[in-house]
Design a protein around this ligand. Sequence first.
Ligand code: DAH
Length: 337
Amino acid sequence: MKQEIEGLRESFRSDLAKAREERELEATRVKYLGRKGLLTLILKKISDLPLDQKKEIGSLANSLKKEITALLNKKKKDLESLKVSNLQKEAIDITAPGSKFPLGHLHPVTQVFDDIIEIFKRLGFSVAEGPEVESDWYNFQALNFPKDHPARDTQDTLFVSEEIVLRTQTSPVQIRYMEENKPPIRVVAPGRTYRRDSDVTHTPMFHQLEGLAVSTDIRFSDLKGTLEYFVHEFFGSERKLRFRPHFFPFTEPSAEVDISCGICNSKGCRVCKFSGWIEVLGAGMVHPQVLKNGGIDPKVYRGFAFGLGIERLAMLKYNIDDLRLFFENDLRFLKQF
Ligand code: DAH
């Protein structure tokens, strides 16, 4: 019987080691200490033993019972604390700061558009848009480019059909706006334009902003004041402006506007081609025929117009030397804005 008890101790230890869950632990308890448990059976038999063995076996069996009970309790506690620590590992700390989601931002072209529009809004200009697929009439004829007019050559037009083009400029919005609105007019028209052209300073798609003001008493000095305000707000008040005579079919007189070079402070550098000046936009007084084409009487009303290239202004403002960077969408470039 002594051996039997020793054997039980061994087999209990190995059973205990195998138990990984409370359920298995309980099964082990029942196996040894349950009503028909292995040790219980031994304990029951003790009363039948002769007196001299009773004492020794009895104390052996009882101490094994104590040992088993203690070990079961300890293992039970261990399993419980393991469970708790596992739960703790899985627990979510709702007070922890969230992991950061990389946040995008507006494209630099959009940002520059927004900045420019904001400046013209302060002068009372509203915003209009027109279609990118445009008729020859709005893109050219209504703007005083008759068919076969040599000025069409400067536009590198992309044709959809003989009478339909991808607009080469935002100027057609002038006509569309005049058709729909009565003077006084003060409007800017931002948008995409298209030309068959591609190098460091040209992309087949680019952005322009058109400006138009029509009223009874508009003069060239209003155009100058407006553009001066814009340039000083956008580039800084230290910039100088220069109006150079130029030709556009839809304005008369016409001018190109240069600003003093901010890179060399007008001393002359590669960017300004050593002239100290950089061309930024075209402008002029709206040609009477263009007013007429927009349904406005040129005997009563006069207007000025201007057109700016958005990428060009962005390049000058942020010192970017390749226009194509705007459209490659390389994040290393875009992230700098
Ligand atoms: N549409 C001209 C171009 O794309 C830019 C321009 C020049 C617009 C003079 C105007 C203007 O409104 O008055 O080259």
